[in-house]
Design a protein around this ligand. Structure first.
Ligand SMILES: NC(=O)C1=CN([C@@H]2O[C@H](COP(=O)(O)OP(=O)(O)OC[C@H]3O[C@@H](n4cnc5c(N)ncnc54)[C@H](OP(=O)(O)O)[C@@H]3O)[C@@H](O)[C@H]2O)C=CC1
Ligand SMILES: O=C1CO[C@H](CO)[C@@H](O)[C@@H]1O
Length: 347
């Protein structure tokens, strides 16, 4: 086992890619040696911020380096398949931002290439690493609430960022708005409901406040039934203010209630709490470190290092990433058709 730092390449130096760059830099055992960006402005910004890294304007040149062990991909969602396939074919481990892809054939193709090249493939559903959302998972696994029968994941937030060249507001590049943020909550709900089996069917509804863009859902709600009898509700509005997320989980014995609030999703000063009911008394569960996507991003890089150096399991595998895309696409189809959609058509 080598104790040398894991050499990271990063593709994408936009709003979230810059946070990845910082997270790699502050993580013990990780070294950011190369960055690929696209526009001259982004290339210049990457060079100025990380003078010790080599910056490319073609991601293929980055992948062709023989010293990189892992490439972290943080580009607009319609490019995930192209860039990630090149990373895996080039023999590098992969950390790919969510959504894993914008179509299931993309996900299947990437899974195949990862297997053929025997590479690690992690998808960036970072909520699984949270000190609070993860604590709730652990309590469910430990039987604190009995068998989970109901999970509500709800978010009220301000509108999405546009993204470079407005990709996030263009369906041909973003795929679906359900793949943007609700995908985190589908992943969380499926994770919490593990003792209740796998998702079997979904009904979803949505609307938009943008009259000329009804396909961009500002309000979205889905109800998802599991094979073991439980169900989950995922609900989000982008027509609100700040960032407020709530999770309520009830089981045969008890209940959990978690909430997270910040002025923005990327605050380092959120308020959060986890309350628990074991069937007899309500307690506040101590959370040992702050939670929020900036914190979990650092944990995600550290986990990737541990997976490469110490065979620690990935927090979110490509199979999990594919499930999350499948649930979102099923929900999108349900919104379109106005009917319940069977998950078996997406497996
Ligand atoms: N897990 C999470 O919590 C989050 C995940 N994400 C995901 O991360 C991804 C990126 O989102 P975000 O950073 O907000 O988007 P941005 O639009 O801010 O950044 C995307 C970047 O990708 C760059 N890019 C585009 N094409 C290429 C290319 N061929 N080679 C190299 N770079 C390229 C763009 O370059 P240029 O600047 O030159 O145009 C841009 O800087 C998305 O998939 C999104 O869903 C985003 C936020 C949070
Ligand atoms: O977690 C997230 C925060 O918001 C972004 C959009 O503005 C999403 O892309 C992302 O997944």
């Amino acid at each position: 086992m080598s104790d040398k730092p894991v050499k990271f390449g990063l593709v994408g130096f936009g709003a979230w890619g810059q946070h990845h760059a910082n997270a790699i830099t502050v993580t013990e055992g990780a070294e950011l040696v190369a960055i690929a960006a696209r526009s001259d402005e982004s290339v210049a910004a990457a060079r100025a911020a990380y003078p010790n890294a080599t910056v490319y304007n073609d991601f293929n040149e980055l992948i062709a380096r023989d010293d990189l062990e892992v490439v972290d991909v943080v580009v607009p969602s319609h490019l995930h398949h192209t860039v990630a396939s090149a990373v895996l074919s080039g023999g590098k481990h992969l950390l790919l931002e969510k959504p894993m892809g914008v179509a299931l054939d993309e996900c299947d193709d990437m899974i195949r290439i990862a297997k053929e090249n025997d590479r690690l493939f992690c998808v960036g559903h970072e909520l699984r690493l949270s000190s609070m959302w993860g604590k709730a998972y652990q309590m469910i696994q430990d039987g604190f609430i009995g068998k989970p029968l109901y999970t509500l994941v709800e978010l009220s937030r301000n509108p999405y960022r546009m993204g470079a060249e407005g990709w996030r507001y263009d369906l041909s590049r973003v795929g679906s708005w359900i793949l943007e943020e609700p995908i985190h909550f589908f992943d969380l709900a499926r994770w919490y409901m593990e003792p209740s089996g796998q998702p079997e069917r979904i009904y979803a509804t949505a609307n938009s406040k943008q009259q000329d863009h009804p396909e961009l859902h500002d309000n979205f709600s889905a109800i998802m039934h599991f094979s073991g009898g439980g169900y989950a509700v995922v609900s989000q509005t982008l027509a609100a203010f700040e960032h407020h997320q709530t999770v309520k989980i009830t089981g045969t014995k008890g209940a959990l209630w978690a909430s997270w609030s910040g002025a923005k999703d990327r605050t380092r000063h959120p308020t959060f709490s986890l309350r628990a009911f074991d069937g007899e008394e309500v307690t506040t569960v101590p959370i040992d470190k702050p939670t929020g996507e900036l914190f979990e991003l650092e944990d995600q890089i550290a986990r990737m290092v541990d997976a490469i150096r110490r065979n620690v399991p990935l927090h979110c595998t490509a199979d999990d990433g594919r499930w999350s895309v499948a649930m979102c696409l099923a929900a999108e189809e349900s919104v379109r058709a106005g009917q319940t959609v069977e998950m078996k058509n997406y497996l």
